[in-house]
Ligand binder design. Structure first.
Ligand code: ASP
Length: 707
């Protein structure tokens, strides 16, 4: 792909009131804001080195896309840094009760010891292209909402297919703020990634859920992977960030690069209110219940605890996040403020000759939101299958796969096309290690009970048909026994065969769980069709409204996160979480040891405590801090998906790895507040200290610090 960078957006010159950390900027926006702006962020690097539109390359290309996370190369020999929690799946895959890598971590002393990371793949960006004109040009005049959605989706598939003609390439289509603009990113797909180092849980997840989403933090949330090229030699990246031995001080400039997943700042107040009043409370309650059930099953058998470890950690993360979102939305009066801002823009638009579109768009977005509320509980439960029991996830995805596979490729749903098959198949196999019957059945009972309790008008027909008669717990358990005893979906070989069958062949099996999956999938497809139409309406409405909002903002506005590459510039800074309390921005090993109780999650490994007790700080004590630095805060604008993102200093050296946000800032997904917007980074010097003084991993240190 010829990288053609669009300069068409947000060409307004930068007003001084633009907040330092505010904004997850696209590479295009960074370029558009110009070299002076980048310099004002504290970056000595010429803009040209960050991204050179002519060469289609630059340091920004060293933000590597990992599954659900971000990462970056840190050596010429393909060494990658990311978070410990981003490799939890790899650790779990290699763990047994005898060799528990999740608990004990892993260090490959030689290249031959590196652990192959199954289906884990990474993507290295190769070029970006603005495709707005092509996408909008594909929508026929007079198209209704469903036709508009279908035209954009068809164009998306065509662009991706064309871009992926080149071997070893993955391409990502991204829609910004509901269709304000669209981009296509080309990535090199690297399928061979191996685990080099993950610290023990007592370092990588020190503080666990107690400390998650908060400060002060003493977690060494990092891991090292190595990418390999097709010929089996280490992957040679075009760029890597050298690790800094110097670290950062309060006030220093930093930038975080990566793939933030999803934020909601462009949403209207009614949509935000739905998140505050319905979505997050429901997520909190459901995940809370499922966490308790998985823990209960895990406590009864160590192999179950291992199987559910990764699911559990992810549910716990979501659970606490939901609580933080609810608290932050209330504390920041975010919905109320958004409504006030909306009214301001509305009044201004009403005075303009060309304001009618924006006003109609706002009303349209409100109406779409209201329509969604009518079947909210039912739809929520259907969505939660994706995070629920494998007894539902597997059959519903087998059913969808069969439904899509009989269509010509270009007509299939994204996610079920030929380009996705390998990943779907891998997932099916990998998931087997996460399945534990006793835990899974508990989740299934919970989900079915919730479905049976839905109000009239929101019933899930497939559930009523399978369990409607089960009015007592004993009857429900008996119905489940019958389902389980006659189903083969838990057998990997059979499941793999089902994956390649037509819907008719699947039905002919008369497998009761697969039948339930087929019926549930039909209801989920009906839900999807409703949503597709609404998405077509949003494509029409949101851009019209956003244009008015951006015009009134009088400054560049970064679009919501959507999984595409972004950069955020900030400074190392503490903050005040509440009156009379001030947090400083650095933590050290002193604080980590002070927190050690010997009980999970404050259980520092013995060898770490020994090195500490012996005063073996090597060259890693920071004279200003008095000890080995562990974590630091900055006011970069991050969200989920930025995990593992490189945090670089003004000279382009890696000083840390982003891994979290502070409690007060969890609701930044709805708005940036400079008082409390803090991201949490693991200090690269903690990693270097661990490798050098605790693990004696000299080769790795030499590779990370070549000079
Ligand atoms: N912990 C997050 C992640 O996993 C990062 C964040 O949400 O700030 O991506």
């Amino acid at each position: 792909m010829k990288p053609a960078i669009a300069f068409g957006f947000f060409l307004l010159s930068l007003a001084p009131e633009v907040l330092a950390g505010d904004g997850k900027w696209t590479p295009q926006q960074v370029l558009a804001q110009g070299p002076e702006w980048v310099k004002a962020q504290g970056f000595e690097l010429p803009l040209q080195r960050l991204w050179d539109a002519t060469a289609g390359d630059g340091l920004l290309a060293n933000a590597v896309k990992l599954p659900g996370c971000s990462g970056s190369f840190v050596s010429a020999e393909g060494l990658l840094i990311t978070n410990h929690h981003c490799v939890a799946g790899i650790l779990q895959e290699h763990s047994t009760p005898q060799a528990n890598l999740t608990r004990d971590g892993y260090l490959a002393r030689t290249r031959a010891d590196e652990k192959r990371a199954g289906a884990y793949r990474i993507q290295v960006p190769r070029g970006f292209r603005d495709v707005t004109a092509e996408v909008l040009g594909a929508v026929p005049a007079g198209a209704d909402d469903l036709a508009r959605f279908a035209a954009v989706e068809a164009k998306q598939k065509a662009l991706v297919a064309e871009c992926e003609q080149r071997a070893g390439t993955r391409c990502q289509f991204a829609e910004f703020d509901g269709g304000l603009f669209f981009t296509l990113t080309e990535y090199e797909d690297v399928p061979d990634v191996r685990l080099v180092y993950a610290p023990p849980l007592g370092v990588g997840n020190y503080g666990g859920e107690v400390d998650n989403w908060s400060w002060p933090r003493h977690t060494g949330d990092f891991a090292l992977l190595r990418a390999y090229a097709a010929d089996g030699a280490p992957y040679r990246p075009r760029h890597f960030f050298p690790l800094s031995k110097d670290g950062v001080r309060e006030g220093d400039a930093v930038a975080v690069l990566g793939y933030p997943g999803r934020t909601y700042r462009a949403w209207v107040a009614d949509e935000m209110a739905e998140r505050e009043a319905r979505w997050f409370p429901s997520i909190r309650d459901l995940t809370g219940e499922w966490i308790a059930l998985l823990k209960e099953a895990g406590a009864l058998a160590p192999e179950v605890a291992i199987a559910v470890a990764d699911d559990l950690r992810s549910l716990e993360n979501t659970h606490k996040n939901a609580q933080g979102q609810i608290a932050g939305l209330a504390r920041g009066r975010i919905v109320e403020r958004q409504r006030a801002e909306e009214e301001r823009v509305r009044t201004l638009a009403a005075k303009r000759a060309d304001g009618a579109d924006a006003l109609a768009a706002l009303e349209g977005l409100r109406a779409l939101n209201a329509a969604r509320l009518a079947t909210w509980e039912r739809d929520f439960l259907l969505d939660m299958i994706a995070r629920g029991p494998r007894a539902l996830r597997w059959p519903t995805s087998l059913a969808r796969r069969a439904h899509e596979a009989v269509k010509p490729d270009a007509e299939r749903e994204p996610g079920y096309m030929e380009r996705d098959v390998r990943q779907l198949r891998d997932q099916l196999a990998r998931d087997q290690k996460r399945y534990a019957a006793s835990a899974d059945r508990r989740l299934l009972v919970s989900w079915v009970r919730r479905a049976l309790a839905l109000p009239a008008g929101q019933r899930i027909a497939a559930v009523d048909a399978a369990f409607g008669g089960a009015t007592t717990d004993a009857a429900l358990q008996a119905a489940l026994d019958a389902l389980y005893s006659r189903s083969q979906v838990f057998d990997l070989a059979v499941r793999t065969a089902m994956f390649d069958e037509t819907p008719e062949a699947q039905r002919a099996r008369r497998d009761p769980l697969l039948d339930l999956g087929l019926a549930l999938d039909a209801e989920r497809r009906e839900l999807k069709a409703r949503r597709d139409r609404a998405a077509g309406a949003t494509l029409r409405l949101r851009p019209a409204w956003r244009r008015a909002v951006i015009a009134e903002a009088g400054r560049p506005v970064a679009p919501d996160a959507n999984g595409s590459l972004r950069v955020t510039f900030g400074r190392v800074r503490g903050y005040s979480p509440r009156e009379a309390v001030v947090y400083t921005p650095h933590t050290t090993l002193l604080g980590a040891v002070a927190k050690h109780t010997g009980e999970d999650p404050f259980e520092l490994p013995e060898r770490v405590r020994e090195a500490f007790a012996a005063g073996r700080l090597g060259r890693w004590a920071d004279p200003r801090l008095g000890h080995v630095p562990v974590a630091f805060l900055a006011d970069c604008d991050t969200t989920g998906g930025n995990s593992g993102s490189p945090t670089i200093d003004g000279r382009g050296r890696l000083v840390g790895v982003n891994f979290d946000r502070v409690w007060e800032n969890v609701a930044n997904d709805f708005g940036y507040n400079p008082e409390i917007a803090r991201n949490v980074n693991a200090d690269a010097r903690y990693l270097l200290w661990l490798l050098e003084e605790v693990e004696a991993a000299r080769d790795l240190v030499a590779e990370l610090l070549p000079d």
